[in-house]
Ligand binder design. Sequence first.
Ligand SMILES: [Zn+2]
Length: 354
Amino acid sequence: MAKKKAAKKAAAPEYATKKLCSQPQPIVQTFDPGVSEARAGFILSNNKKWVNGTDIKYMFIEGAKAQCDVVRQSFKDWKALGIGLTFTEVTNVEESMVRIGFDQTDGSWSYVGRDVLTIARPNRTMNFGWDLTTTYGKTTALHEIGHTLGFQHEHQSPFAGISWNTDAVIAEFSGPPNNWSVSSIQSNILSKLSPNGLNGSQWDPASIMEYEFGPGLILAPAPYQQGIFPPGVLSPQDIAGVRSIYPPIKPATITKLSVLQSVPIAALSGGQADFTFTPTISRKYTIQTFGEMDTVMVISEQVKKQVIHLAGDDDSGTDKNARIRLPLVKGRTYLINVRVLFSSAQNSGGIVVV
Ligand SMILES: [Zn+2]
């Protein structure tokens, strides 16, 4: 193995493999019996996405200011694309959704999309294992936030059609600087992702979610036998992709709800419907979706400039509907955002406040 590696390095002495992101095992969703394969496919395509409009609250559990500042700026760079998500730094672990560490022995990684919500506090949902104050460090910060927003590795896209020189890949990544186990190489490079859960159906070798690969690792497509060298910035396809999943929420598209008045949801699988509700008396209310849909529903309240998350429910893959019961206060306006993971047809379901 060492011999093979030495020969390859000699052929391309100018190229040195970088330390690369090493992802944790993804959270696997289970389904009720009777959920069809097609329905499960739609759910899996959409279940990592955040409900658009979510204020993603992140905190640093450690880290020098210069390192944290690169991450802060990278959140701003994603936000500056004009997306419907917002990012707020918090210092209270109970409030946090994304928890960022800098364990230098643990590589760089992040859970994907809403999987971060399944990680118990105060555990990390994202880690940086090397210096972020370099050009490559900045690329790493943008990449890991890309995972947090729901994006996966581009080189594992089934649409990439990459055929690997498996022995060379294992030799390369089991050695320094990555020193990965074979199973880690398998899950981070060699295995293909399911087409479900991917953004779009085209491979984007320039994506921030694409690794850099040196020569000799890829057998096909032929143009990549000499390697893949993404520019390390957000690509046009990254920008179009994040804007399509998280477009800005326009006030004109928000529907006002009244008690006992059901409103159909026209959004199809992957889409979203947005509502507000202003109670005329203070009491407990039930807000629920109905019909043949799988949805994630989130209720929040805007207090001054802050979006306060109140409750959320995910009914996907079950026969239930999303349902939240909680006390609401007269005269206040609550935001209700519904991400449709699966809908059998337009207006096949809706929402009602009781
Ligand atoms: Zn990654």
